[in-house]
Ligand binder design. Structure first.
Ligand code: NDP
Ligand code: GDR
Length: 366
């Protein structure tokens, strides 16, 4: 029997997806608890708007300090909050960074998932807490089949992908071994104005905005040939919630079914920022993307190449369409425009909003 209470615990609440999911669940009447890492600088910027003063009545949103590398802390948080649904979104989520910090990435992204599943089991909540694991299209890695679907074999190409592979299978195993309602969302890339600044879409939209405002000279990127299936994060968190509402747990791909080259996204972003660019040169004479007047704005820097790359991702979301009734709405071209517009607005108003994250974090510290 499903608990009539609606209490969600979100790890990674301060990240892109955590912010959108918190809003969605609060709108649906959930009591929402988020796990936030202690940080020497403010890291609650994305959830600032929904983080009310903890002293106000009717509060539905709570933050707890914690970390996926700390098992006892996770057990205590699950015990205190008694969640009916856990969304495990926390991760060292940057693929390139995972080559530099492979052991930490395995610990947080792989074993961290195990720690949460064990917390549920230790506390005897196997039938009381549903579990969502943030799995990823990076599991597919080296192309085995296109489009990629739930049955496509995995072949991860990074320490991040390998850590997430463990997390995927341990989630399946706890479902089968202990009858837990545990599901994997195999999500393809999803972006938004809240996307972390070092992922390629946001790096590009921020740079296009900054260059058009005369605040940056040039943008350096890595592999422009890679293709990604990019959707909007707001729509993907709804898919996560839908998975948790099904009678039976299962694994689902969420994707748009369309793929776009990084270089195409770059061209769109600069077009939206009012600076049309074209690719100039080849081989040693490669100049990158330049304006018609010869000003070269985007250059390839091999330092952003990865030791092993995922060249092509394109997902088949048919199962999610049929069973969850989930569909993406925003097209990638619109997504690029939304992100450029948001970055232009943010940069223009940069000096006005410096104070607000401070207030939120002072409240969080209690
Ligand atoms: P972000 O990088 O924006 O957010 C990651 C979150 O995890 C942040 O809140 C971060 O905290 C937190 N975190 C990192 N390490 C730890 C740790 N050791 N303990 C506790 N919290 C930690 O990621 P997204 O929101 O984009 O993605 C959410 C999840 O979905 C991730 O697991 C990611 O791997 C996965 N995913 C993402 C996709 C995407 O396209 N966005 C696609 C498929 C899967 P802090 O703010 O302090 O850094
Ligand atoms: P990805 O996203 O690795 O797919 O992982 P990212 O935006 O980092 O890279 C996408 C593609 O762009 C190429 N690229 C660059 N990438 C970055 N970050 N910076 C650059 O300068 C650059 N130049 C080219 C990359 O090589 C790659 O091919 C994201 C994360 O959110 C994961 O957590 C998630 O699991 C997957 O999406 C699905």
């Amino acid at each position: 029997m499903k608990d009539a209470r609606k209490v969600a615990l979100i790890t990674g609440v301060t990240g892109q997806d955590g912010a959108y999911l918190s809003r969605l669940l609060l709108d649906k009447g959930y009591e929402v608890h988020g796990v936030k890492r202690r940080s020497s600088s403010f890291n609650t910027g994305r959830i600032e708007e929904i983080y009310e003063d903890p002293h106000t009545k009717d509060q539905q949103f709570y933050l707890h300090h914690g970390d996926l590398t700390d098992a006892t802390n996770l057990i205590r948080i699950v015990q205190e909050t008694q969640p009916t649904e856990i969304y495990n979104l926390a991760a060292q989520s940057h693929v390139a960074v995972s080559f530099e910090t492979p052991e930490y990435t395995a610990n947080a992204d792989g074993i961290g998932t195990l720690r949460l599943l064990e917390a549920i089991r230790i506390l005897g909540r196997e039938k009381k807490t549903r579990f969502y694991q943030a799995s990823t299209s990076e599991l597919y890695g080296l192309v085995q089949e296109v489009p990629q679907r739930e049955t496509t074999p995995f072949y991860p190409r990074s320490p991040y992908g390998a850590a997430k592979l463990y997390a995927y299978w341990i989630t399946v195993n706890y479902r089968e071994a202990y009858g837990m309602h545990a599901s994997n969302g195999i999500l393809f890339n999803h972006e938004s104005p809240l996307r972390g600044e070092t992922f390629v879409t946001r790096k590009v939209t921020r740079a296009a905005a900054a260059i058009s405002l005369g605040r940056q000279e040039r943008l350096y990127l890595g592999n422009l040939d890679a293709r990604r299936d990019w959707g909007h994060a707001r729509e993907y968190v709804r898919g996560m919630w839908l998975m948790m509402q099904q009678d039976e747990p299962d694994d689902y791909v969420l994707a748009t079914g369309e793929t776009t080259q990084v270089r195409e996204f770059v061209r769109w972003a600069f077009e939206d920022a009012g600076i049309p660019i074209v690719f100039r040169g080849s081989g040693v004479d490669e100049k990158g993307y330049c304006t018609k007047t010869g000003r070269c704005l985007v250059e390839v820097d091999p330092r952003y190449f990865r030791p092993t790359e995922v060249e092509l991702l394109i997902g088949d979301p048919a199962k999610a369409h049929q069973r969850l009734g989930w569909r993406h709405e925003t097209q990638v071209r619109e997504l690029a425009s939304e992100m450029v517009a948001a970055d232009l607005a943010l940069m223009r108003s940069a000096s006005d909003d410096a104070g607000s994250p401070v207030a939120a974090d002072i409240r969080a510290a209690g």
